[in-house]
Design a protein around this ligand. Structure first.
Ligand SMILES: Cc1cc2nc3c(=O)[nH]c(=O)nc-3n(C[C@H](O)[C@H](O)[C@H](O)COP(=O)(O)OP(=O)(O)OC[C@H]3O[C@@H](n4cnc5c(N)ncnc54)[C@H](O)[C@@H]3O)c2cc1C
Length: 290
């Protein structure tokens, strides 16, 4: 690994100043993506700006909506009682990240900002209609998390900006969500295909009033399948609706063929996983309807 300079600011403003001071300077969160890229893939980062001492970024609160500071770890989110109860799609995703050690170091902000198409936390945040808060030398701004992802490794952040917090609205009663991925190995592997479904039942407790379906690892960004959402909304998740949703997800996806799977295989998997995940989400929505 090449030598690099290191800064350890204590505020977002100082972090931002350090980041604009050198081209290609990068924020460091848990380092489970960045340090591997620098050590093993030759990524050159002349200045690493640690966010560890920026206190506000470590806050996690679930008073009404969920507020996740960018430095909150995947492990904290996966194990948080309120997250498991009200936002289970998010704990599903967070608890799949790596191993216990990786989850204890790897942050939600790092997962999102690394912008890997196979990231396990990001699809859940898109399904939950989260908002990303961003800080930089020019001030702060907020964007819909769906607009945050621009391509593999590319985000809406501009030079000197850091992700500070992600806010997730509390789903209404009768809502349920789930996230599953397909991996050849049980752990320590990255998704070949992933699906997150967040849905809300109407007052009759049977009909789907609203649904968001997000696909992972089958497009350059976490991808909402509008076709699958249309297939689910207004249905009672009967077999025909589930089949239509799976087919729509396969049609909306933009998978590539690589060493891990062909595009055709990924589309077939999407049919199965969309159905399966929607059924888990339905079970959770029913349990949450009373
Ligand atoms: C063995 C192993 C297994 C893994 N398994 C999985 C898995 O199953 N699923 C999965 O999704 N991921 C997996 N990962 C990837 C990684 O652990 C996660 O993406 C993790 O959440 C990254 O968080 P981090 O804090 O370590 O990010 P870092 O490595 O510190 O940062 C990642 C990127 O985001 C930028 N960044 C970080 N925080 C901010 C911020 N607040 N503002 C702006 N930019 C920021 C950094 O500059 C860097 O470019 C694995 C990694 C390893 C090494």
């Amino acid at each position: 690994m090449r030598r690099f300079d290191y800064a350890s600011p204590t505020s977002v403003a100082e972090a931002s100043q350090a980041l604009v001071s050198r081209p290609d300077a990068r924020p460091l969160a848990g380092g489970t993506d960045l340090l591997i890229q620098m050590k093993e893939r030759g990524r050159i980062v002349p200045l690493v700006v640690s966010l560890r001492r920026v206190g506000a970024l470590h806050e996690l609160s679930a008073n009404g909506s969920l507020a996740i500071g960018a430095m909150v770890t995947c492990g904290e989110v996966a194990e948080h009682d309120a997250v498991r109860r009200y936002w289970p799609i998010l704990s599903d995703g967070a608890e799949l990240v790596g191993s216990i050690q990786i989850r204890n170091r790897g942050t939600v902000g790092g997962n999102v900002c690394n912008a890997a198409p196979s990231a396990d936390v990001s699809p859940a945040l898109v399904a939950l209609a989260a908002t990303a808060h961003i800080g930089g030398s020019a001030g702060t701004r907020s964007i819909d998390i769906e607009q945050f992802f621009r391509g593999p490794g590319q985000t809406a952040l501009t030079r000197g900006e850091v992700l500070t917090r992600i806010d997730v609205p509390r789903p209404a009663a009768g809502s349920g969500g789930a996230y599953l991925r397909h991996v050849p190995r049980r752990e320590m592997d990255i998704a070949v295909v992933a699906v997150g479904v967040q849905l809300r039942l109407a007052n009759d407790g049977r009909t789907v009033a609203d649904a968001r379906v997000v696909l992972g690892a089958v497009a350059p960004v976490p991808l909402r399948s509008r076709g699958a959402e249309v297939a689910l909304i207004g249905s009672t998740l009967d077999a025909a609706a589930l089949t239509r949703a799976g087919e729509a997800a396969a049609a909306d996806a933009r998978p590539i063929s690589d060493v891990r799977a062909t595009a055709d295989y990924r589309r077939e998997l999407l049919k199965v996983y969309t159905r399966r995940v929607a059924q888990i989400a339905l079970g959770r929505a029913r349990a949450n309807a009373g």
